[in-house]
Design a protein around this ligand. Structure first.
Ligand code: URA
Length: 302
């Protein structure tokens, strides 16, 4: 038996990464972790104590770098590898700031935006959510902000991150067909996500990340002020309708999303297009939900 060629080995490794959901390079240059000559923990200078949230367990704040008060963790410049960075993990942990402070800042920024463009700018300059530092783009919205219908998904995936627009990948193409089925498109609907930055590897956003991003999407809904809201999938429904019920129970039943200023918007939770791609037998349920929405828009004069 001949040894596999380096090319075949690399292809196999890449296939393994892709199947594990690792489909993006975060750094400009590769890091040779084997070359890292780190001092033993006892030899390391101790960092000054970091402020740690009362309400969050310590391990969690240390394990989730990126909630820094200062600038985001530096990406390696070409030619710089981890062996040149003496104590990267310790350096990041010292800057941890309680999540609550970031959530408060997000609420203040969101509330102070009086237009969608201001909100987009505030979100683009907000450094309080660690997802921002692994994402390529802020995915703010697509469609018509004057539309009667607003749809809110969970979080951008790879295609959305690359383009900076929501629902442009496979599930977006299905969403376009679902909208077309009720006579709508991206000129007659407005689309956004609860989380505006792609979670690395498309992992589920943590509850903290969702809480930090929640004020932005709530303000976005308030500024668009649609006549009807569609929650695409469980995370959008749970976050914006204040419920813990599962999406299969929620879907098809009208709920209400109440804005901070007290406006009640009829909301239809339905199945997420990505779920429908995996479970096509349930497309008929989403179809029913979209017909409900069409009837509601008609009854409201649209
Ligand atoms: N899934 C979502 O929830 N949002 C997107 O933008 C894309 C996929």
């Amino acid at each position: 038996m001949t040894a596999a060629s380096p090319r075949a080995e690399i292809a196999e490794l890449l296939a393994f990464y892709a199947s594990a959901g690792v489909d993006d390079a975060l750094e400009d240059a590769p890091i040779n972790r084997f070359a890292e000559a780190r001092p033993k923990p006892a030899e390391r200078p101790r960092p000054p104590a970091a402020p740690v949230s009362e309400s969050r367990p310590r391990e969690q704040s240390a394990a989730r770098p990126g909630f820094e008060a200062g600038p985001p963790p530096q990406r390696s410049a070409p030619g710089l590898d981890a062996s040149n960075i003496p104590d990267a993990p310790v350096r990041m942990a010292t800057a941890a700031v309680p999540d609550e402070a970031q959530a408060l800042l997000a609420r203040q920024l969101a509330a102070s935006a009086s237009t969608l463009e201001e909100l987009r700018q505030h979100m683009a300059s907000f450094d309080g959510c660690n997802l921002k530092f692994t994402a390529k783009n802020l995915v703010f919205a697509d469609g018509n902000p004057n539309a009667a219908l607003m749809l809110v998904g969970e979080a951008p995936g790879r295609d959305e991150d690359l383009e900076g627009l929501p629902f442009v990948g496979r599930s977006g193409r299905l969403l376009d067909r679902m909208l077309a089925a009720i006579g709508l498109d991206r000129q007659s609907a407005y689309i956004a996500n609860v989380i505006p930055w792609r979670p690395p590897g498309n992992r589920t956003p943590t509850p903290h990340e969702t809480e930090i991003c929640r004020p932005f999407i709530e303000r976005q809904i308030e500024l668009v002020n649609p006549k009807v809201l569609i929650n695409l999938g469980g995370p959008s429904a749970k976050t914006l309708l204040n419920t813990t019920e599962g999406i299969l129970r929620l879907r098809g039943n009208w709920r209400v999303h109440t804005t901070a200023s007290g406006v009640a918007i009829p909301a239809m939770p339905t199945l997420h297009p990505a779920y429908l791609l995996r479970t096509p037998a349930h497309k008929k349920l989403a179809w029913r939900d979209f017909l409900e929405v069409k009837a509601k828009l008609r009854s409201l004069g649209d």
